[in-house]
Write a protein that binds this ligand. Structure first.
Ligand SMILES: Cc1ncc(COP(=O)(O)O)c(C=O)c1O
Length: 455
C-alpha cells in the first residue's frame, strides 16, 4: 500500500509554455461588454484601468498565447504544481472512484491566485505602471498580488472586504510582509467607501464595494492601474496552466478524468482546471465538468444571465454574466472568495452553451468535507476549496452507489492556514447554513432593472 504512487510531478521543462484561450473555440461567440448606454465598448474604454498589453489579451480570440520567459521564471518558484491521488480519502469514503486533486496551495501565497498575479504585475511593469490597486475577499488575492508586486517591483494597495479583514487578520500581515498596503473596505479613503459607511456603518462589505474603491483610487493617477483577481477573460487565460499541467500529469499515469470539479467565486480557478478539458469535451470526450458554489451566493445555479456591472458603484463596464445583482451583499459565510455577485463571462457562456454544469452546497457540508479531507490527506483546505472537495465527495458517493470506477479530478485551489477561525467556529458549533430565500433573490435583482438584456 505505501509503495503506491501518490504524487504525479512534472519537471520545470514540462511546464506549459502557452496559455489556452477558450474564446477561440466557442461556436457561438461571447457577447461584448457594454457601456451604461448599451453600446459595445472598445479596448480604449478600458485603458484608464488596465494596461493595453492586458487589454489585448482580454479581447483576444487567439487559441494559444505565449507565456513570456520571465513570467515562466517567476512561476517556477512553485510550478509545476503536483497532482495528488487522494488514496486515503478514497479509502475513508469506501468508494470505487479514483480521486485526484491538483494542489494549487503550494504557491507562496497559498492558492492559485499568483498564477495571474505574477502575469498581471509583469505586464503592468512592462507598460511603465508604478502601482496596482485591487480588492480582496478572503485575502488570498490581495496576498497574491502583494507577493507578485514585490517580485516584479510595483507598489500594491489592497481593499479587503470588512468581514474577511476581521476574520483573517494574518492575511493583512502577509500583504505587509510583501510590501503591500491593506485597508478594510468600505474605507474612508474613497468617496464610495465614505458614502456606504454613512448609510450602513456596520456593513460586512462585499467584493462589489471593494472593487469600486480600488477602481476609484486607480483612476486618480496616471501611473496606477487596477488588477482584478478573477472574472475577466485574461485572468481565466492565465489560470489555464492548472488544467494544462493536469492533462499532462493524468496522461503520465495513463488516466483520464470522467468528472472535473472546481469551486467558483468569480470563476478563475474553475476556469483554470476546466477550460483545457472543455476543449477535449468539444472534441468528443465524454466528461462532466462541474462548478460548485455556496448555496448562500448561488450565482450559477439560481441567478439570471444578465448584463450587469462588476461592482456596486457601476464603475466597470456591463458584463454578460449570471448575476445576483451588483448591490447583492451575501451573508457572512467563511468562504469569502465565493461571495461575489457575478460570474466570469467566459464561465457564464460555457454554462449557457452546455459545456459545464453547476451545483450549490451549504456551508456545513463543506466544512464536514474539509475536515474529512484534512484528517485523511493532511492538507487543511481553504473554505472556498472545501466546496470542490464536498462536490467530489458527493460524486464519489454516487460512484459507490452505482458501483462505478469513476475518475474524479478536482482543483484544490488553496490552503486554509489563514482561515482557521472558520474551523474554530465549526468545531464550536457556531456555524450554520445560509440558503438564500427567494424574496432576497428577487430583491437583489431589482438593481439590474433598466440595464440592457442580453440577446
Ligand atoms: C482558495 C480560493 N479558492 C477559490 C477562490 C474563488 O475565486 P475564483 O472563483 O476566482 O477562483 C478564492 C478567492 O478568493 C480562493 O481564495
Amino acid at each position: 500500500m505505501l509503495s503506491e504512487q501518490i504524487k504525479v510531478v512534472l519537471t520545470e521543462d514540462e511546464m506549459p509554455r502557452q496559455w489556452y484561450n477558450l474564446a477561440a473555440d466557442f461556436k457561438k461567440p461571447m457577447l461584448p461588454p457594454l457601456d451604461i448606454s448599451g453600446k459595445p465598448i472598445g479596448p480604449d474604454a478600458l485603458s484608464a484601468v488596465f494596461p493595453m498589453n492586458l487589454i489585448e489579451q482580454e479581447v483576444s480570440t487567439e487559441r494559444w498565447i505565449d507565456i513570456p520567459e520571465e513570467i515562466l521564471g517567476y512561476l517556477k518558484l512553485w510550478r509545476p504544481a503536483p497532482l495528488y491521488r487522494a488514496r486515503r480519502l478514497e479509502k475513508a469514503l469506501g468508494t470505487p472512484a479514483r480521486i485526484y486533486y491538483k494542489n494549487e496551495g503550494v504557491s507562496p501565497a497559498g492558492s492559485h491566485k499568483p498564477n495571474t498575479a505574477i502575469a498581471q504585475a509583469w505586464y503592468n511593469k512592462q507598460f511603465g505602471i508604478k502601482k496596482l490597486t485591487t480588492e480582496t475577499g478572503a485575502g488570498q488575492w490581495g496576498s497574491a498580488l502583494s507577493f507578485a508586486c514585490s517580485l516584479v517591483g510595483l507598489e500594491c494597495k489592497v481593499y479587503m472586504v470588512r468581514i474577511s479583514f476581521d476574520q483573517k487578520p494574518f492575511r493583512k500581515i502577509m500583504m505587509e510582509t510583501w510590501g503591500g498596503t491593506c485597508v478594510a473596505s468600505p474605507s474612508t479613503e474613497t468617496e464610495i467607501g465614505r458614502k456606504i459607511l454613512a448609510e450602513d456603518p456596520d456593513t460586512p462589505g462585499s467584493l462589489g464595494i471593494a472593487i469600486s474603491e480600488a477602481i476609484e483610487e486607480c483612476v486618480r493617477s496616471d501611473d496606477t492601474r487596477y488588477a482584478l483577481g478573477s472574472v475577466l477573460n485574461h485572468v481565466m487565460l492565465h489560470q489555464t496552466v492548472i488544467g494544462l499541467e493536469a492533462q499532462q500529469q493524468m496522461k503520465k499515469i495513463g488516466e483520464y478524468p470522467d468528472i472535473i470539479i472546481g469551486c467558483a467565486g468569480g470563476g478563475s480557478n474553475f476556469a483554470g482546471i476546466a477550460f483545457p478539458f472543455i476543449n477535449d469535451r468539444m472534441n468528443g470526450r465524454d466528461i462532466r465538468i462541474i462548478a460548485t458554489e455556496p448555496e448562500a451566493c448561488p450565482t450559477l445555479t439560481r441567478a439570471k444571465f444578465r448584463y450587469d456591472s462588476g461592482d456596486v458603484a457601476m464603475m466597470t463596464p456591463l458584463l454578460p454574466m449570471y448575476s445576483l445583482g451588483h448591490t447583492f451583499v451575501p451573508p457572512p459565510l467563511h468562504a469569502g472568495g465565493l461571495r461575489y455577485h457575478g460570474m466570469a463571462p467566459m464561465v457564464s457562456h460555457a454554462l449557457r452553451e452546455g459545456h459545464i454544469e453547476a451545483a450549490s452546497i451549504g456551508q456545513m457540508e463543506c466544512y464536514e468535507a474539509a475536515v474529512l479531507f484534512a484528517r485523511t490527506e493532511g492538507f487543511i483546505p481553504a473554505p472556498e476549496t472545501a466546496h470542490a472537495i464536498a462536490e467530489a465527495v458527493r460524486e464519489a458517493g454516487k460512484a459507490t452507489e452505482e458501483g462505478k470506477e469513476r475518475v474524479i479530478l478536482f482543483n484544490w485551489s488553496g490552503h486554509g492556514l489563514m482561515d482557521l477561525k472558520g474551523y474554530q467556529a465549526y468545531f464550536n458549533g457556531d456555524l450554520g447554513n445560509y440558503p438564500l430565500p427567494d424574496e432576497l433573490l428577487q430583491k437583489s435583482e431589482i438593481c439590474m432593472q433598466g440595464l440592457p438584456i442580453p440577446g
